[in-house]
Write a protein that binds this ligand. Sequence first.
Ligand code: HEC
Ligand code: HEC
Length: 411
Amino acid sequence: MKISPTILPLLALMGVSVVVAQALPHAGKGRARRPIHRHEGPAPHASGRLGDPLPDLTQSQLSAFTDGLGEFESVETADSGLGPIFNNTSCANCHTAPTIGGASAQVVTRFGRNDNGVFDPLAAEGGSLLQSRAINPAVLERIPVDATIVVQRQTTPLFGAGLIEAIRDQDIQALANRHKADGVLGRAAMITDVTTGDERVGRFGWKAQQATLLAFAGDAYLNEMGITSRFFPTENAPNGNQELLAQYDHFADPEDEVDPATGKSDIDKAADFMRFLAPPPPPHITAEVQNGYGMFVRIGCAECHVPTLMTGPNKIRALDRKPVTLFSDLLLHDMGSLNDGIAQADALPTEMKTAPLWGLKFRAPYLHDGRAPTLPVAINDHDGEAVPARDRFNKLPAGQQKQVIDFLNSL
Ligand code: HEC
Ligand code: HEC
């Protein structure tokens, strides 16, 4: 790859030294698809491909990654505790594109009720998350008739999740406090982390509803697959019906298995896999991409989609003070009409977390419910705090709009 001096600033920003960029033959060469299977050959090692572990892991961290991948792929059945109500049978069934750990257009449904401006998750009727499947048709959940809000959320990608987890709370809070152009606000989601009891800054999920991968894993095991664990010991009752639950749930809780060899349970292993999963490979930078990046900053997109954050000091060398080129401030913003009407954790119905843009070229459609089939539509659907940036994008000449899109497609 020939590197012109004008593209150096973006390379530096992406945390990529020129030497590394030159040494990575597949950096940005389209969709690197590589099916991973735990039974196939030697442990995977860092080669810069999507789905690989982070570079610089120790041998024991690499084996935790491989074990975790196995757990992430393993399919739950009624005999292993699946359900009674659930959305899918393995993590990898939803987090699948273009390789395991990725996103997908698979959606989950949330419902609730707007009572004169106050959100009611209809918890007594099984809200706000619908479990759309069941081990027996008798317990299948339905959207309650009194729900006034029914929305969908797409599956988000997990590449680089360990780096996002390792960003310090105070660094995200500092982004909320700094002055931003265009009247952009943004606030850190404050949540109680179920694994420690600590008040933390949420950063995972469309609503920044969780702060740690272990908590998200426990949440997903329970709410997507119906597997209870030490942090989420209570099974979901179908539409809140405890009698039906008692009739169809024959497993003692917690259902999450502990591996006697390691002392780790399923949720610990899934968290290890996500923590050690490498971020998307660095972009292939052309002059168009470089110009598009300049435009992206100039029209105000980077007020929320902050290019790079840093991880704090970390015992794990691969996560220790590393740049995280995620293009997000991880803050909640009032997005006006681009909201899902659901209050969740600290997020209000109108607030959404700035979606990280890294790995954008590996996924579509866009936005929380997949409403945008293309990137220009996704930009146009921005509202609320993002109106000035959106309008500036729309006023750019077509050639410059294309450069911004080329930049986004390089990530
Ligand atoms: C039915 C499909 C489905 C299954 C099964 C599923 N997920 Fe997800 N996952 C999603 C969706 C949808 C989101 C976005 C949720 C939201 O923010 O409301 C998500 C988000 C996440 C996130 C947050 C990522 C981020 O950066 O925002 C993590 C972590 C995660 N899932 C882990 C898991 C694990 C671990 C499992 C297996 C125990 C799992 N998921 C199973 C659909 C699924
Ligand atoms: C006020 C903060 C803010 C500004 C400014 C902003 N965005 Fe966003 N962006 C968000 C939020 C929040 C989301 C997630 C919204 C949702 O889906 O509910 C998002 C989502 C996106 C997505 C979709 C990502 C995905 O995974 O589906 C793209 C692409 C995007 N923004 C590009 C841009 C561009 C280009 C600009 C500048 C014209 C911009 N954004 C300005 C906050 C902002």
